[in-house]
Design a protein around this ligand. Structure first.
Ligand SMILES: Nc1ncnc2c1ncn2[C@@H]1O[C@H](COP(=O)(O)OP(=O)(O)O)[C@@H](O)[C@H]1O
Ligand SMILES: CC(=O)N[C@@H](CCC(=O)OP(=O)(O)O)C(=O)O
Length: 296
């Protein structure tokens, strides 16, 4: 009996947090590296369903880099990245679309629905949700062409809002399209940031494979709990923020600039990390706050 009472008390403790987020939009970027463990993945699906049941409106934007890499390996093709972007030729684009908008997207949709949620899967092509244009990298003053890689031109947020009104949980793969119907591969972090901004999300969560932003990447205890804009600039310049963390920090700032509130990088390998972040006072991960804008 005592155990049951303790469980009931835990639920009651969550009440103020549940009230705080009821009716609010929470954008979750679910990174490919956070999806690797099936057991944790199933818990994430349950957490998302629970969020919806207590009145929160989750929007899931997912990656799937590791799944793309393993499909490329199966056809004997090596993955190549430049400044965090996959070099995407025509054949790679086909694989990216099959893996992200097919296997990964439908896997998440089925996982949520299996636990009683009402998820609907979309790619950026559905209703022109993610209008894109070709992205070039800059190497000094030189433009570098990396193929069918895109950047977000516009998010048609009304599609997401309509689905939310009808009680659906939108699950979005980050394959974009331009006005001529060309397909683009877009880094999921950037899309998630643009969507969180376009929806004025009340909370934007990055689920990845580190405890948060680390001062020393080899030391999990060096986690930075709160990161301000001006500090981010220094940490980028001194190389502390590198690789896959760069687009995340960039996307956090884009989302904050566009009107999102409460942006966090959290560890997707930890059980119930979303629930911990939303419904308890345990300060997990790294919160990114806006003080003043980085000029770079
Ligand atoms: N300062 C830092 N703190 C934490 N992680 C960092 C940092 N700089 C670079 N990273 C890298 O960023 C990675 C997360 O990005 P990424 O691999 O793209 O994951 P995801 O698939 O979740 O998008 C970490 O695994 C880590 O290797
Ligand atoms: C252009 C570009 O790099 N696109 C990414 C899209 C998937 C992604 O971002 O997945 P994660 O979130 O798991 O890293 C890619 O092809 O890997």
């Amino acid at each position: 009996m005592q155990k049951q009472i303790e469980k009931a008390e835990m639920l009651v403790e969550a009440l103020p947090y549940i009230k705080k987020f009821a009716g609010k939009t929470v954008v979750v970027k679910y990174g490919g590296n956070a999806m690797i463990n099936d057991e944790i993945k199933d818990q994430v699906m349950k957490d998302i369903v629970l969020m919806k049941y207590v009145g929160v409106n989750p929007v899931i934007v997912h990656g799937g880099g590791p799944a793309i890499n393993s499909m490329l390996a199966k056809i004997g093709k090596e993955a190549e990245f430049k400044m965090g972007n996959r070099v995407t030729d025509e054949e790679t684009m086909e694989i990216v679309e099959m893996v992200l908008s097919g296997k990964v997207n439908k896997g998440i949709v089925a996982g949520i629905n299996r636990h009683g949620g009402k998820a609907i899967g979309l790619s950026g092509k559905d209703g022109n949700l993610i209008l894109a244009r070709k992205k070039y990298l800059m190497d000094g003053k030189e433009k570098v062409d990396i193929g069918f890689v895109g950047e977000v031109k516009k998010i048609n947020a009304s599609i997401i809002e309509d689905l939310q009104k009808d009680g659906f949980i939108p699950v979005i793969s980050t394959v974009g399209v331009d006005e001529d119907g060309n397909t683009y591969n877009i880094n999921a972090d950037y899309v998630a940031g643009a969507i969180a901004g376009a929806l004025n999300a009340d909370k934007f969560l990055f689920m990845t494979d580190v405890p948060g932003l680390l001062r020393d990447i080899n030391d999990p205890s060096s986690k930075i709990s709160v990161l301000k804009y001006n500090e981010a600039k220094d940490l980028i310049e001194d190389g502390t923020i590198s690789g896959g963390m760069l687009p995340k920090i960039d996307a956090c700032m884009t989302a904050l600039d566009a009107g999102a509130e409460n942006v966090h990088i959290i560890d997707g390998r930890v059980k119930h990390t979303i629930l911990l972040e939303l419904f308890t006072d345990s300060g997990i991960g790294t919160m990114i706050v806006k003080d003043y804008r980085i000029v770079r």
